[in-house]
Design a protein around this ligand. Structure first.
Ligand code: NAP
Length: 335
């Protein structure tokens, strides 16, 4: 069966996922496109999906009888309405992160999916599909004893002037928030943010770097350095310290070169390259599940927990205090 997919939002990531579905993966085809800006949708149609139908409204795309499953790749504030419409239509929906821009909105999605009675939502937390993180999880689960501490870093070469202090949480840390929960099979109980000396490369409305301190239910202490003007490249680090050993996230594959009395290897600068394979694997998982009329991978509940945790981290940025994180009981639906 070929899953007929409609893509809402044909900007940077919507275009890339359309390419992935039509040119890299099997089992699905993009048959419909919609974007707030019709020119963007037309350009993606022309370049990557000549057979796709254009819809002025995302809601019409979702309702279309020609569409089996939906990708929501529009800007974050529009996600809730489209995901709720897909659930109401009983169609599997892949939603780029964030699931919603507030915890309340994410909870509405969780409740709608629970009322529907079947999983339909996959959230685009692609790091869970990264080969390096999967290897790290196998080691953490079996070989280094009980995890005690995590030291992580999320560094970008630079960010534009439009990137403000809370975006270090909502746009950047959100990936660590999800993947570390998955890695440790744990939940967070508190968050604190501390600010080291500010980099001279950070603009006036951005505190950079930041250190986010998270504590989990099982007592693991996590520190994540978010440093988005680090100058030297895009660099994701993760080290888990256990009772009997320590494990590091593998470095991306690169050539080690010996030349002119130096040992050198390149560091990536483009975040898209770092996780390019994991985007393929996450969408392959979505397509397989959608063919069965359901969803796989990161759940709406995971999106909701990420939203609650992000809110706590932003409150911690603003207050300078340790902010407790409490979650309602996870619905049985997500066990
Ligand atoms: P983008 O390039 O700005 O594309 C978003 C597109 O959605 C734009 O063409 C925008 O049109 C359109 N749009 C806005 N409101 C809409 C609506 N109501 N209905 C339909 N289309 C609408 O942004 P992007 O970088 O692709 O990001 C899109 C989403 O993917 C964001 O939630 C982002 O966080 C997420 N993302 C995730 C990852 C990841 O690593 N998983 C990476 C990148 C992005 P206008 O420009 O006319 O407003």
């Amino acid at each position: 069966m070929t899953v007929r997919i409609g893509v809402i939002g044909t900007g940077m990531i919507g275009r890339d996922h359309t390419r992935r579905i039509n040119q890299v993966l099997s089992g699905a085809e993009v048959v419909a496109l919609s974007d707030y800006s019709p020119d963007a949708a037309r350009a993606v149609q022309a370049d990557l999906a000549p057979g796709a139908k254009l819809h002025d409204r995302g809601e019409d795309l979702i309702a279309s009888a020609d569409v089996d499953a939906v990708l929501v790749c529009s800007t974050g504030a529009t996600h809730e309405a489209y995901v709720l419409a897909a659930i109401a239509a009983g169609k599997p929906v892949f939603c780029e992160k964030p699931l919603a821009t507030t915890a309340e909105a994410a909870l509405r999605i969780v409740e709608a999916e629970a009322a529907h009675g079947r999983r339909l939502v996959q959230v685009g937390f692609m790091r869970r599909y990264d080969a390096g993180y999967r290897m790290l999880k196998q080691v953490v689960d079996r070989q280094i004893g009980t995890p005690l501490m995590v030291h992580a870093a999320h560094r970008n070469q630079s960010v534009p002037e439009s990137y403000l202090t809370p975006m270090a949480i909502h746009d950047t840390l959100i990936h660590e928030i999800d993947v570390l929960r998955w890695l440790l099979d744990d939940d967070y109980v508190s968050a604190q943010v501390v600010f080291p000396r500010k980099s001279r490369h950070a603009h006036a409305r951005l505190a950079d770097p930041q250190i986010v301190l998270l504590e989990t239910k099982k007592g693991v202490r996590i520190d994540v350095e978010v440093f988005v003007n680090c100058q030297y490249g895009y660099d994701i680090q993760c080290q888990v310290v256990g009772e009997e050993g320590l494990a590091n996230l593998p470095e991306p594959m690169t050539i080690a070169m010996r030349r002119e009395a130096r040992l050198q290897s390149d560091i990536l600068v483009d975040w898209k390259q770092r996780f390019i394979d994991s985007y393929d694997v996450e969408l392959a998982d979505f397509i397989q599940a959608a063919a069965r009329g359901t969803a796989a991978g990161p759940t709406a509940w995971d999106g909701y927990v990420a939203a609650i945790t992000s809110d706590a981290c932003v409150e911690a940025q603003e207050s300078g205090r340790i902010v407790p994180i409490s979650l309602p009981a996870r619905p049985a639906h997500y066990d």
